[in-house]
Ligand binder design. Sequence first.
Ligand SMILES: Nc1ncnc2c1ncn2[C@@H]1O[C@H](COP(=O)(O)OP(=O)(O)OP(=O)(O)O)[C@@H](O)[C@H]1O
Ligand SMILES: [Mg+2]
Length: 283
Amino acid sequence: MAAVELTDAGKRYNGRAGVVDALGQVSLSIAEGEFVSLLGSSGCGKSTLLRVAAGLLPLDRGTARVLGRSPDQARQAKQVAFVPQTPALLPWRTVRANARLLTRVNRRGEAARSLPDDEIDALLAEVGLADVADAHPHELSGGMQQRVALVRAFALGAPLVLMDEPFAALDEILRVEMRYLLLRLWEEHRSTVVFVTHSIGEAVALSDRVAVMAARPGRIAGVETITLPRPRTPDDEDTDAFTDHVRRLRHLLANGNANGPSGATSTSTSTSRSAPRRLERYR
Ligand SMILES: Nc1ncnc2c1ncn2[C@@H]1O[C@H](COP(=O)(O)OP(=O)(O)OP(=O)(O)O)[C@@H](O)[C@H]1O
Ligand SMILES: [Mg+2]
């Protein structure tokens, strides 16, 4: 069973600027336990795809399945955690209370894998937040707040974690640190992660596969399988293999966006872990 399965997914907005095909005809299959990044320029439909998978936005055409159910059913069963671009912590609650919040809500759901309180405290300690567990969000730096949001996402115990540019507001040094913190949490919890980013390096460092999206209509221009071994470390970013992936993705991004609407329906790509589609043409 796939964690996320989109088949000919289409979503059209009728906005002030006219009709926008945010998703043209997108097919994508993400296996359970996989880490997949969505990479693409602004407006190519990354957030739309993520919101569809989160059960927050219905499709106009095609189908979306999350862990064998409709995204809406999966959301109601608390099987999906969503990390927005800004941490969205409750300002009147302490760090510890924020980290536990979703697991409390989660008790009503059927995914009863959420962590007990002492394990959440252990997670907070692991990400270096033990000393500020009783502080309130406004007393924390942006990076600390983002770490609380990460802990919260994994503390929920949801099998599918969706992240929309969670590190976009952080400086480059902190961003790199957060990458490897996220990988550690993912390796421990083995959730499926779908991660939206503008950063090629971030996508390569984190992912099993990177789906490159292009706009008008929103579509998948290609999928790159990242062959770097795991567990990964910052040193991997200095290797030739890393640089090769970055180069191929850069070309794919440029090419996908240059193709324009003509590639609308013919370039949608279907992949799965058992049959990864490796794009070799930029070697
Ligand atoms: N509620 C809406 N009403 C009208 N148009 C919308 C709406 N939401 C998104 N769009 C349009 O759909 C397209 C895809 O938007 P989306 O937010 O999915 O892009 P994105 O890839 O996440 O971009 P970014 O990297 O800037 O976050 C854009 O052209 C956007 O203007
Ligand atoms: Mg977006």
